[in-house]
Design a protein around this ligand. Sequence first.
Ligand code: ME8
Length: 517
Amino acid sequence: MSRSYYVTTPIYYVNDKPHIGHAYTTLACDVLARFKRLDGYDVMFLTGTDEHGQKVEAAAAAAGVDPQSFTDKVSQNFRDLLGVMNYSNDDFIRTTEQRHVVSVQDLWRRLKDNGHIYLGSYAGWYSVRDEAFYTETELTKGPNGQKIAPSGAPVEWVEEPSYFFDLSKWQDRLLEFYEANPDFIAPESRRNEVLSFVRGGLKDLSVSRTSFKWGIPVPGDDAHIMYVWLDALTNYITAVGYPDTEGAYARWWPADLHMVGKDILRFHAVYWPAFLMGAGLAPPKRVFAHGWWTNEGQKISKSLGNVIDPLQLVETYGLDQVRYFLLREVPFGNDGDFSHKAMVARMNSELANDLGNLSQRVLSMIAKNCEAKVPQPGALTPADEALLEAAEGLLDALRAAYDAQAFHRALDAVFDVVGRANRYVDEQAPWALRKTDPARMATVLYTLAETIRHVAILLQPVMPGSCARMLDQLALAEDARTFDRLGAAHRLVPGTPLPKPQGVFPRWVAPEAEATS
Ligand code: ME8
């Protein structure tokens, strides 16, 4: 059986439309899924929507519709985004689906049977916006003196009967688990935050609510609705067939990676492994918490009216330009700022000038001077060999970078080779060789075409559409674009006819400039 890779996004609340932050997390997973597929893995890439809980119930009430119709409608916006962003997910889970209700209730029963759930009553602070409980000491004072959660969200006092999960008993087992699995939480700084949170002691967790109805009932006690995070986290096993623990579950679980934003790390790195271990199931292999996007330096929020709509970004700058920018602009894990200026700078300098021009120049010279066929190379010089070696060495560097979720490092490595190729064009000056040494010109152009083949194959996960067009122009068959075709053994075949070259990465043109030109 081939190697498998199971990657998940958070499932997004359907209280509102998707924005750049949601698009970002799913993009990162899409790139990993595509990279692994091209590298010969069987991949399961899951995303979906989190449709229960008080926050969604309140949003439906505010919209004046029943929660089910409301979630049907808003969830559709997230499914539409998949097409807009060219995501390659294998499944889309909604927590209102029957398969999920069955799965969550089964997990509950296991936890109950194993003695980890007991009935009590909760009196404390709750934030509907975060769907999280807070202790008094975690709260701070807001601008009007009211209590607020660390996230800035308002909190309310809640007192009601509640079932509890015995989280307080899991401190040592969790710490042992983190110790034994040093790669479980990334990046390192986030891992340290989780470790110190757990070392500080854990309180039992309220896992049911009685004050609203929109959720999955507790088996055997309908007055209680399951805490939305217990419901939501379980999606990751529902999608691989749980409660059936053979078949798909045995194939995919434990997940290789849960990708999340830093806001929800605690749920994934503390509660989720404890629930799973409590139910006798294996915890996931890794949780990566990425950073936060701001818009032109400002926090993104509905009240500021600066929410970035991914569809609008794509319409303005182009899909692959946006995909590239989001993963290139900041080291993955750090916070990032979206600005028009930064977007245009990367689009014009790196994509249009460095990569687009390289390909366009080389292919035009081949079209003009080599009868529009892959040129026939002669003996390679050390300069040719150095460039080819750099291109052929990329795969190993990229594997390491992607396994560490270091998207920026992967892109840096590829663009380093693009830079070398551009310098090589200038040094070798194939246009001058046309008259003086056409055989040498053919070798130089061949070396460049082969470098472009590597670059375009390796950039497919990030810019699938544009790279497909680049590879079409090298007349590379669809089934010759996987990573096992990289390297010297599968070089371009001299004499292969090439189509007419076309630009792949347009420069940004301001709308007014376009109108007057
Ligand atoms: O938390 N920058 O759903 P959610 C970067 N339903 N990423 C951002 C972002 C920003 N400004 N804003 C949002 C939930 N995100 C739960 C998850 S999982 C079992 C349940 C991304 O709709 C980021 O991935 O509030 C963050 O973790 C997620 O959206 C929160 O989405």
